[in-house]
Design a protein around this ligand. Structure first.
Ligand code: NAI
Length: 736
């Protein structure tokens, strides 16, 4: 037999416990070990009068059975005083059962202001006052269980009880929100609509029915909902006579009755009325996001569709067997992604690159001689359709944004990403798969730099709960995830994420409040804001590059990951890696919990030898090569003189297509000066970085180096003042 549910050490406050249902709760809690505060004002069922005997009797009854109880005779409207009795007598408060109540029935038109107000004051305001007085104590101790008492009159309406119905359903709204706000502190709030014989119901129920509907048939539900082992939160239950049922909301699929650039009319509503009220295939929304999310989905649907006035959700379901013919192959409007070093550095910091690690400097300091853009920045340039709401425009798909999960990600680079640039991107729905529990949408994004395809992304998006409508299960378009080898990892790297990690990462373009707003994340069912999956992805990819490619971005070829669990900012990301040839398999865990957050993942690397060939061929095309060689020749004649004037070594990083294509050194410090290819032997006084084209413009006198510096086209590091002297020399050579 299951072990009995005990309440030893718990302090329970039951309001209106001098009789009826409240008395039954108080006795049951006390019998199972709780210390009970028996609150009752002691008036009649209309709330007239007061007295201490009702509460005293129940306290005596409890004590006579060996239980612990104290009485409180205040009205629930004085919530602080009621809760103070618990704190004074027992030192804490664990459970609040808001049960006190009165009736002031009368047909709607005859309800006086007084009868309206007192009903609201006792039921709604009283429950608020008592609960608020207990709230902070519950929060501090990270435990609390609260019951609100509504009524079938509120849920369904009842003749002669307009005031009571309104106040009672108000309690459900109060409970719904408290349940969300309390969740992270382990405070749960549930609502019951009881039916039981009591003095309150004796006027409306026949006597034999009153006898059979005992309050004792309600109390066990209240005890279970208030037990520490009960996870239920935000629920609504009807209970009576030994039966218990749970209630929830249902919403029809509804109809879109508006067309783009057309007024919305009552006639349009009338024409669609049947569909609006049709509960076939109805949804059961549980959270406010589901409500707001589908409305936002409708907006983008109308906007992109030209406003075909149909019920798009049922439309999608009915055309499903045809295999989403209009969705597959759908091309999003082309878009561009422009970025500078600012964005790539912000991204690198967002995925944990740090000055603590000297080898990371190349990703976070634009003056580094080998400054590079992290390869996984390739997802950022492509993410616009996902983060910009474009998904809502895909025809046929029942996309309501709050149900979209990012399931997997593939990224392949054909060239290293330039340090800055404007990429043109094309996105297409490559395929739609029906996995039963949901649909998988494959969205492919191709990004071009100067007309050349530079990277390809495949986003796998999972639409929760939309599957099971007969589509195909697999596709040759899928970039498959691959299981990690069955042996201990070859390498493991860890990084502690900062509490600000998501706040920093979101600056790279994914502004979803789920990652920063505690209210939003708790609505979404998380204890606190979660880290972006693609942020964890960036951390792990960095780990692989660091461990197996010496942080050389040009060695990166492709990455595939599957997201399996969320990470909270502040947790430690641990990447376990296995090397198999040029493929580095990996999985990512949270160090503190051992949970796998990225599974079945790999990075493909370009073999080290493949790189040098690529770099040297780029050299040959540089115009600047001729100039450096010429400067070198001229130095032979006037070198000594120039060395005296300048006395400095200059290093040049010439870029092509955003990447460093050549390095040159002009040594005007030693001997009679020297120009040679490669970084400075010893150290350079000043290092310049600029493109081959800009170098030529500077040399030909078409571009003022100072202006180029301030506009960011020329980067200078080290002793920048020395560049004045160099300008003089370059100008001389311009005359050559
Ligand atoms: P009841 O009249 O036997 O018990 C209510 C108790 O609350 C009384 O002892 C009364 O003195 C006390 N009370 C009234 N005003 C108070 C105040 N301002 N401060 C402190 N105590 C106060 O009624 P019953 O049936 O046990 O009702 C309990 C709760 O269940 C009520 O909230 C009622 O609205 C609700 N309910 C009961 C149903 C039933 O079938 N009995 C149906 C639906 C809801």
């Amino acid at each position: 037999m299951a072990s009995p549910l005990r309440f030893d050490g718990r302090v329970v406050l039951v309001t209106g416990a001098g009789g009826g249902l409240g008395r039954a709760y108080a006795l049951a809690f006390a019998e199972r070990g709780a210390s009970v505060v028996v609150n009752d004002l002691g008036g009649d069922f209309r709330g007239v009068g007061k007295g201490s005997s009702a509460a005293d009797k129940v306290v005596e009854e409890i004590r006579s059975k060996g239980g612990k109880a104290v009485a409180n005779y205040d009205s629930v409207e004085a919530g602080e005083k009621v809760v103070k009795t618990a704190l004074d007598a027992f030192g804490r408060i664990d459970v609040v059962v808001n049960n006190a109540g009165i009736l002031r029935d009368g047909s709607f038109a005859r309800i006086s202001d007084e009868d309206w107000d007192i009903i609201h004051r006792v039921h709604l305001r009283g429950s608020f006052q008592v609960t608020r007085a207990a709230w902070d104590h519950m929060k501090k101790q990270k435990f609390g269980r609260i019951i609100m008492t509504t009524s079938a009159s509120g849920i369904y309406g009842n003749f002669g009880q307009a005031n009571y119905s309104a106040a009672k359903l108000g309690l459900l709204g109060l409970s719904n929100t408290i349940a969300l706000e309390g969740k992270k502190s382990n405070i749960h709030c549930n609502t019951i609509a009881p039916t039981a014989g009591s003095r309150m119901t004796q006027t409306v129920m026949p006597e034999d029915l009153l006898e059979t509907l005992k309050p004792d048939y309600v109390a066990p539900l209240v005890l279970w909902l208030c037990h520490e082992s009960c996870e239920e939160n935000g629920g609504l239950f009807e209970v009576g006579g030994g039966w218990i049922g749970k209630l929830r909301w249902e919403r029809s699929l509804g109809a879109i009755v508006r067309q783009k650039n057309q007024p919305m009319t009552p006639e349009g509503v009338k024409a669609n009325w049947k569909k609006i009220c049709d509960f076939e295939n109805a949804t059961k929304p549980q959270r406010i996001q589901e409500s707001i999310g589908s409305i936002i989905g409708v907006l983008s649907k109308i906007d992109s569709d030209g406003g075909v006035s149909t019920n798009h959700m049922s439309h999608a379901a009915s055309t499903a067997p045809s295999g989403f013919a209009r969705a597959i192959g759908y091309k999003f409007p082309p878009f561009s992604s422009a970025y500078t070093e600012l964005e790539t550095i912000m991204y690198a910091l967002g995925v944990g690159a740090s000055v603590k690690e000297p080898k990371d400097m190349k990703f976070i300091y634009e003056g580094s001689s080998d400054f590079s853009c992290l390869p996984t920045f390739g997802v950022i340039v492509a993410q616009k359709p996902l983060v910009g709401g474009g998904l809502g425009g895909v025809p046929e798909l029942p996309i309501s944004l709050e149900k979209v999960l990012h399931g997997e990600q593939y990224l392949e680079l054909y060239k290293p990403l330039p340090r800055s640039g404007n990429l043109k991107c094309e996105a297409v729905i490559a395929d739609v798969l029906d996995k039963g529990s949901g649909l998988v949408i494959l969205m492919d994004v191709y990004s071009y730099f100067e007309k050349e395809l530079i990277c390809y992304n495949q986003f796998s998006l999972f639409l929760v709960g939309s599957g099971g409508i007969g589509g195909k299960r697999t596709s040759d378009k899928v970039k498959e995830a691959v299981a990690v080898p069955n042996r201990p990892p070859d390498a493991v790297l860890t990084d502690v994420t900062s509490l600000n990690q998501a706040a920093l990462y979101r600056l790279s373009g994914d502004w979803n409040p789920l990652h920063i707003d505690p209210n939003f994340s708790s609505f979404a069912g998380f204890d606190k804001p979660i880290l972006h999956g693609l942020c964890t992805f960036g951390f792990s990819a960095r780990h692989v590059l660091q461990k197996f490619a010496d942080n050389d971005a040009s060695r990166f070829k492709a990455i595939k990951v599957r997201f399996s669990k969320p990470v909270y900012p502040g947790q430690t990301i641990k990447t376990e890696m296995w090397k198999e040839g040029n493929r580095i398999h990996f999985q990512t865990k949270i160090h503190e919990t051992g949970d796998i957050v990225i599974s079945n993942a790999y990075v493909d690397l370009v073999p080290a030898s493949g790189i040098s060939a690529k770099t040297s061929s780029a050299h040959e095309e540089l115009q600047s090569t001729l100039v450096f060689e010429e400067i070198g020749r001229r130095l032979g004649d006037i070198g000594r003189e120039v060395v005296k004037k300048v006395d400095a070594v200059f290093e040049w990083h010439i870029t092509k297509g955003g990447n460093t294509a050549a390095k040159w050194t002009i040594d005007l410090k030693n001997g009679s000066g020297k120009v040679y290819q490669g970084p400075a032997v010893g150290s350079a006084d000043t290092t310049f970085t600029l493109s081959d084209e800009d170098f030529m413009e500077v040399v030909l006198g078409k571009l003022d180096p100072q202006k180029a510096f301030f506009s960011g086209r020329l980067k200078a590091r080290g002793n920048i003042l020395l560049s004045q002297k160099l300008q003089m020399i370059l100008k001389d050579y311009a005359k050559l």
